[in-house]
Design a binder for this molecule. Structure first.
Ligand code: SF4
Length: 169
């Protein structure tokens, strides 16, 4: 998935293709959607406000982008490409999830709202309106892939290791 996301990104940097009418899944989000970033460079972003959500998959959870229109709107594709084009391509290939998370937060909120508390990257501030009763998910990532998700009560955050988001299932 990550390789395909980078391929889509670099191809879009050459030319924004617009709707992929020839694709058998078109329109998988909405009519006239832009398909240049079909595989999103920010996946999995864990920002509920964009329409993404966790869905059950093989006894665990995956991040679903079914309801996200943001990355498929032409004006957002252009803004994303302008931002990412300020970095050398080699860096875009080598950088980790946290680098891309900071960028998408900049694009959406105008600043990074996620904060490091010890070994825990607390993304609850970027999803505050979804946070109730300390109910949270602690995510372990391995190269942009979800390796494990734990349902927890986010009390001693400084003792946690992973990415913390509100539980919204
Ligand atoms: S919810 Fe949207 S922005 Fe987030 S990873 Fe999915 S497609 Fe990308």
């Amino acid at each position: 998935m990550r390789e395909r996301a980078l391929q889509d990104l670099f191809a879009a940097m050459e030319k924004i293709n617009g709707p992929a009418y020839e694709c058998r899944y078109y329109p998988c989000h909405f009519e006239s959607q832009d398909c240049s970033l079909c595989f999103c460079p920010f996946y999995p972003c864990f920002l509920y406000v964009l329409g993404g959500s966790f869905v059950p998959f093989k006894n665990s959870l995956i991040w679903s982008c079914k309801n996200c229109h943001w990355v498929h709107k032409r004006e957002n594709v252009e803004e994303i490409l302008i931002y990412l084009s300020t970095y050398p391509r080699q860096r875009l290939v080598e950088e980790d999830w946290f680098f891309y998370s900071k960028i998408i937060q900049d694009l959406i909120f105008g600043e990074e709202l996620g904060v490091w508390i010890g070994d825990c990257y607390n993304l609850i501030p970027a999803n505050q309106q979804y946070y109730k009763n300390d109910e949270a998910l602690l995510i372990e990532l391995s190269n942009f892939e979800i390796a494990n998700v734990l349902e927890i009560h986010a009390t001693d955050i400084e003792k946690l290791c992973g990415i913390l988001v509100p539980k919204k299932l």
